[in-house]
Ligand binder design. Structure first.
Ligand SMILES: C[S@@+](CC[C@H](N)C(=O)[O-])C[C@H]1O[C@@H](n2cnc3c(N)ncnc32)[C@H](O)[C@@H]1O
Length: 390
């Protein structure tokens, strides 16, 4: 019998590259290695390949793609940060993982229009892991008049390797949840790890093996939690490491990360039997994260406890995280919608779009439940986005 589904799985340009990597790795690689290739292979990775579509036309929709109001509201927060830092004449606004460039485009547009003093001080940097994305981000911002004198574009690793520290804001949206992660499974007192192998039919398959590194057990020991017996869980060793490096690059200012995530006890709760890994294509969850490598977005929820601890270890104060819905309400999304309503008689289409965007961004079953983690260094942490909401 012909197994056409197995053939389809092997038919992406990346599949033979991964199969070679598995052969070179002695017959298995970790899921973290698989994910690094599936998302980041220089030519065929999901985020590095040509022609990646964003938003409705793509595989998933992030908040900056929903409506520019998301970036406008965060720009308000950026302006407040600038004020709290004593209005420095050189103010860094650094976005990690710039996507289509929509988030930075909206933040700079708002600052230019509504906060010209802050805009005059702002030197923006958009970071990404992939040269093709960086070129698209550069083109998008340049088309809006934000050119090299205002915005720098760089590879994240290059920027992290620099010595001098900046004063300002480092912000990211759905970055940490796209970093490669290991998948572990607790079996009694043992912590095993799911690896990726090539099965007898030639298709990529999961296989449970010994943990590839003691760092996985150490991760849980440090947290004082373990997944439930028989439960799968993701461990992203890279996320706290990148958070530490970002915090080190900050002399004074704020780190804001916006991601699907939970505190460790909730992320690793025993009712979460299969972890949180998801694969998406055309806005539909896909059953097999190993299928069609390079064509699926892969993502899992972030361990916010480890991220917060990483920032604290670098001298940051960390506030308890809020939902995106709470943060955007505190930043004034309701007032923005009221203003759009007042103009509805003359521009009903814009009001309709504003209403739909507000619902989408606040949706407690969707984007609204994303968590906002704020850390500050050498500056007060009582930011408007953390304000109490009724
Ligand atoms: C889910 S998208 C989010 C994009 C954007 N922040 C948004 O909200 O629309 C993930 C982004 O992370 C970038 N990325 C993935 N891995 C990365 C890495 N290791 N270093 C830097 N950027 C990375 C991708 O190129 C992409 O721009």
């Amino acid at each position: 019998m012909t197994d056409d589904f197995a053939l389809a799985q092997r038919a992406t340009p990346l599949a033979p590259v991964i199969a070679r990597e598995i052969a070179d790795g002695g017959g298995a690689i970790t899921f973290a290695q698989f994910m690094a290739l599936a998302l980041g292979h220089s030519e065929h990775g999901y985020y590095s390949r040509a022609g990646l579509a964003w938003g409705r036309a793509g595989d998933f929709e992030t908040s900056p793609e929903v409506h520019p109001v998301f970036g406008y509201l965060w720009a308000r927060q950026v302006q407040e940060c600038w004020d709290r830092l004593g209005r420095p004449t050189l103010f860094a606004l650094v976005e990690v993982a710039g996507g289509s460039g929509a988030f930075m485009a909206a933040m700079l547009t708002w600052l230019r229009e509504r906060a010209p003093d802050c805009f005059a001080a702002t030197r923006a940097t958009v970071l990404d892991g992939h040269p093709r994305r960086i070129e698209e981000q550069r083109a998008r911002l340049a088309a809006l008049g934000f050119e090299a004198d205002r915005v720098e574009h760089a590879l994240l690793d290059d920027w992290l390797a620099r010595e001098e520290a900046v004063t300002g804001v480092i912000i990211s949206n759905e970055f940490f949840d796209a970093l490669p992660m290991h998948i572990v499974e607790r079996r009694g007192e043992e912590l095993m790890e799911w690896h990726v192998v090539v099965d007898a039919s030639g298709a990529l398959a999961f296989e449970l093996r010994e943990a590839s590194t003691p760092a996985l057990r150490a991760h849980f020991d440090a947290l004082g939690v373990l997944p439930g017996d028989g439960c799968r869980a993701e461990v992203c060793l890279a996320a706290p490491e990148v958070m530490s490096q970002l915090a080190r690059r900050l002399a004074r200012g704020y780190l804001v990360s916006i991601d699907y995530g939970h505190d460790a006890p909730s992320l690793y709760a025993s009712w979460r039997r299969m972890g949180t890994l998801m694969a998406f294509r055309a806005h539909s969850p896909q059953p097999d994260p190993l299928a069609s490598p390079g064509l699926l977005d892969l993502t899992a929820h972030v361990d916010l406890t480890s991220l917060a601890r990483a920032a604290q270890a670098e001298g940051c104060e960390v506030a308890s995280h809020r939902s995106q819905a709470e943060a955007l309400i505190a930043l004034g999304i309701g007032e923005s919608l009221d203003a759009a309503r007042e103009r509805a008689a003359s521009d009903f289409a814009a009001y309709g779009a504003a209403r739909r965007a507000t619902e989408t961004l606040l949706d407690q079953a969707g984007l609204g439940r994303i968590r906002v983690l704020v850390a500050s260094k050498g500056a007060g942490i009582e930011l408007r986005c953390l304000g109490e909401v009724g």
